[in-house]
Design a binder for this molecule. Sequence first.
Ligand SMILES: NC(=O)CC[C@H](N)C(=O)O
Length: 224
Amino acid sequence: MKYSIIRFPGSNCDWDMFYTLQDVMNVTPVFVDYREEELPENTAAVFIPGGFSYGDYLRSGAIARFSPIMEAVKRFADSGRPVVGICNGFQVLTEAGLLPGALRRNDSLNFICKPQKLTVENSQTRFTSRFNLNQTVMFPIAHGEGNYYCDEDTLKKLESNQQILFRYQGNPNGSTDDIAGITNERGNVLGMMPHPERASDALLGGADGKLLFQSLIESVAQNI
Ligand SMILES: NC(=O)CC[C@H](N)C(=O)O
C-alpha cells in the first residue's frame, strides 16, 4: 500500500508530509509528479500538500487544478477512496470542484503563520475517528488565502451532512462559520487549512495531528 503525495511546481510541504507518513506513521509514502497521468498502483490514499503551486498566481490552486495528475485524483476520489488536501491542497481541491466553496484572501489581507486552536466537530469519520467530539487540538496555520467561503445553501448542506470536521477557535482569517476543514458529501475527500503534518511529533511542538493520520491509516487497514 502506498500513500501518494502530489507535487506541483511550488509545493513546499511535500517533505513535511513524507516525514510524517514514513518516520512517524511507518507507512510508505511516494511522491507523484503533477505531470503524471496515473497514480501509482496500490495507492491507498492521496495527499495534496501545502505550498504555493504556480506561485499562487490568479488564485491559489487555480492553475494546479489543470495538471494532468488531477484527472487521476478525480477518478480516485470518484471511486470512494480517500483524498486529503492540506492548505494549498485544500485550495486545489476546491478549485478542482472536489470540495464545495472557495478559499479567499484572509480578511486582514496578511499572511498568518501561528499555532491555532481548533475544535473537532465530527469524530465519526475516517479522518477523525481517533479524536473526541469537541476536543480542542492545536495545529499550525500558515496561509494568505485561508478565508473559507460558501453560500448559505452550501453551508446548510455542510452542517446537515456533518461535513464540517474542524472549526477555528478565535477565527483567524474570516472564514464562514469558523470553518477550518470540511469533507465532500460522500465523506472521502477532506480539505483543511491547518497543518496536521506539522503537529505530528512532540519535537515539532505538538502531536495532535498524528490522530488524523492514525484515523485514516486505520480506516485504510479496515477497508472502510
Ligand atoms: N502553506 C500553504 O500551503 C500556503 C497556502 C497558500 N498558498 C496561501 O498562502 O494561502
